[in-house]
Design a protein around this ligand. Structure first.
Ligand SMILES: [Mg+2]
Length: 261
């Protein structure tokens, strides 16, 4: 009888520890190293400055004829959202449209290092600055406030183009061109900021394509660093967004290539 009782107690404890383990599993902790790098390292701002310095050099080679425009992505290109990602880690809550909108509406994101100076540089050289982003259109007012408070040029309804119906940026770039502008430069932290057709590709194809576009980076396309989030994550596996947090964590682990000593 005592033995049976002990077995029951042990089984109970095992179930309890399993349940506690489930409740405390915070897969957002995978974001920590990327956030620390973005918020604390000197290398993060150095890479941002490198991208924008490269863009300035390129812009100075342009003849300045005709109507020219530059298209800047917003998140992790001109606005730093690392505090939102850090909130996900601290709260353990998954990404959600509601919380993301709340963060955008707080309009308190700091500028990405060098981005403000770069946008003003473009503007001073007569290049029309547009902000094309997949933030939801419902956050247009607060995004404009955030950009305006930081001193960004053209922070208005005509130049801040957020996502209405599609995440594909090509139609919005088309709308800018249809106003008679030649887009001379794009800046972003994600490949689809440059060519939207890459957005559904797996990472292997994205990397092959990048290798075929070498001469454009740092010239016509400025790439900003973002190791915290991006399409690269969902591109590791088909149907990634449909996976549970635990399965996503496993898919990320499966994606790394390890040394086998
Ligand atoms: Mg972005």
């Amino acid at each position: 009888m005592r033995k049976k009782y002990s077995v029951l107690v042990i089984a109970g404890l095992l179930v309890l520890s399993f349940l506690t383990g489930c409740a405390s599993a915070n897969y957002n902790r995978d974001l920590v190293m990327g956030i620390v790098w973005q918020q604390q390292s000197g290398e993060y701002p150095a890479l941002c400055y490198q991208a924008f310095n490269s863009g300035k050099e390129y812009v100075m080679t342009l003849s300045g004829q005709g109507r020219t425009a530059a298209v800047l992505d917003i998140d992790e290109t001109v606005l730093d959202n690392s505090k939102y990602a850090a909130w996900m880690v601290v709260s353990g809550k998954p990404w959600s449209a509601e919380a993301w909108e709340q963060w955008c509406n707080a309009a308190s994101a700091p500028a990405v290092p060098g981005s403000l100076d770069f946008a003003n540089f473009l503007s001073a050289r007569g290049i029309e600055v547009y902000y094309v982003s997949n933030r939801p259109a419902s956050t247009t007012g607060s995004t404009i406030s955030n950009l305006k408070d930081l001193g960004f040029p053209n922070a208005d309804q005509d130049h801040v183009m957020l996502q209405e119906d599609t995440s594909d940026k090509a139609p919005r770039l088309g709308a800018i061109r249809s106003q008679g502008y030649e887009i001379v430069l794009l800046a972003g932290d994600s490949l689809e900021d440059f060519e939207s057709f890459t957005r559904r590709w797996p990472d292997t194809e994205r990397r092959t394509w990048v290798d075929s576009q070498i001469e454009k980076f740092g010239v016509y396309w400025l790439v900003l660093p973002n190791s915290v989030y991006g399409t690269f994550e969902s591109a590791i596996r088909d149907g990634y967004y449909g996976l549970s947090a635990k399965e996503k964590a496993q898919a990320r682990l499966d994606a790394i290539e390890a040394w086998k000593p």
